[in-house]
Design a protein around this ligand. Structure first.
Ligand SMILES: Cc1ncc(COP(=O)(O)O)c(C=O)c1O
Length: 389
């Protein structure tokens, strides 16, 4: 039987035609007008969801490069302290490591998988310069608007990692647009894909202009000569990826509907099985925490009773050709990250970051492709229930 993938892009003939048409046209570099057309279309979408009208954006080769370029241009001194969640995908923190910042980890809330406002407030020190918030799996940090107010009052820079949560709303506002800077990923497994790509959004138009300039090798022309006025990068999105993005954007609402339908399907199937705690806004343990959130359910998440049960379910589903993935390990599990952590974050991490560790031990992501068929989802559900009895 064909394996059921964890989360695959939904590419149709329109997408193929959009990329083919750019190829035929021949202007395929990052300087092609289609890259700006993608940025305009993306902005129109987030404005339609209620984002601040003054937001601008710059499309990049990946979400990682969007964050990296943002940090590079912010140009904070090496060693600047960043408050950041104890767990996420590693790309949330890598650009901070490239810039040699110091991370002070904050444990996540056991229901939303992002730190609470109170947790950030008690972690802050006089050295803190930046706050990173990540919205994982299509969920969100529910106190996002208050977090921004607190950062403004304290003179802190708030960066939102919305790589996994395009389309998620908090108090009616799209996540990714409430920080001083926010970014999304259009990697191949994301709700909207450009094969590989990302975008930085902000009201800081001066910084966005510098990102655009320096992500294309800081090229300048004067008196017919090409010169460079800064140490640039080659990190801007190219025209083929942008063409795919424009085409995918036209179907974004159908992808989001599909994700929500898939999440509802898992919720309905697992609700009578107390050992299968499915993360969903209708599931009683999560209802209050999700009150202000409209999740986009990028990757569905099942929270099991123990590490052994998670491992057993993972093995059983893999044996049936169902791709599942354990939840990310906390950052303290990776030795190469340690030199970038403040000393306090290395002290007894398993108890200090107990929610992040529990999430990794017990959490498993289930197949969530937008075109997951009802039959395939029914198979995943049946195997999950059978192997957990
Ligand atoms: C939470 C999170 N942050 C950052 C990234 C980086 O995005 P990209 O893969 O586009 O570099 C990803 C995804 O891949 C992610 O899941």
């Amino acid at each position: 039987m064909k394996p059921t993938p964890l989360c695959e892009a939904d590419i149709n003939e329109d997408d193929v035609q959009a990329v083919a048409s750019t190829l035929r046209d021949g202007w395929i570099s990052s300087a092609a007008p289609v890259v700006e057309a993608f940025e305009d279309a993306f902005l129109a979408q987030i404005h339609a969801w209620g984002a601040c009208p003054d937001l601008g954006c710059v499309a990049t080769q990946s979400g990682t490069s969007a964050l990296w370029m943002c940090l590079h241009l912010l140009d904070l001194p090496q060693g600047s302290e960043v408050l950041c969640p104890a767990t996420s995908f590693v790309a949330s923190i890598h650009p901070f490591l490239y810039q040699k910042h110091r991370l002070r980890l904050v444990d996540v809330d056991p229901l939303t998988f992002a730190p609470t406002l109170e947790a950030y407030q008690s972690a802050k020190t006089p050295e803190t310069k930046v706050v990173l918030v990540t919205h994982l799996y299509g969920l969100a940090m529910p106190e996002l608007l208050k977090l921004r107010q607190w950062c403004d009052a304290e003179g802190l820079i708030l960066i939102e990692d919305a790589a996994e949560s395009l389309g998620t709303l908090v108090e009616g506002k799209p996540v990714g647009t409430n920080g001083h800077y926010g970014f999304y990923s259009f990697n191949v497994n994301k709700t909207l894909t450009t094969a590989s790509g990302g975008i930085l959004v902000s009201e800081d138009h001066a910084l966005l202009a510098k990102v655009k300039h320096q992500s294309t090798q800081a090229k300048c022309y004067s008196s017919g000569e090409l010169f460079h006025d800064a140490l640039g990068f080659n990190l801007r999105m190219n025209a083929l990826h942008a063409s795919l993005g424009i085409s995918q954007l036209k179907r974004l609402s159908s992808f989001l509907d599909a994700k929500s339908r898939i999440a509802d399907g898992y919720f309905q199937a697992f609700k009578g099985h107390p050992a299968l705690n499915f993360v969903h806004h209708h599931n009683p343990p999560y209802q209050n925490a999700f009150e202000n959130i409209t999740p986009s359910y990028w990757l569905n998440l099942l929270y099991l009773e123990s590490h052994d049960k998670r491992k057993a379910l993972q093995g059983a589903l893999h044996a049936q050709g169902v791709q599942v993935r354990p939840v990310f390990m906390p950052f303290t599990a990776f030795d190469y990250v340690h030199p970038f952590l403040v000393e306090a974050s290395l002290q007894d991490p398993c108890s200090q970051f107990k929610n992040a560790y529990a999430l990794w031990e017990r959490g498993i992501n289930l197949p969530s492709s937008p075109h997951l068929s009802e039959d395939d989802q029914a198979r995943v559900i049946a195997y999950t229930i059978r192997s957990s009895i």
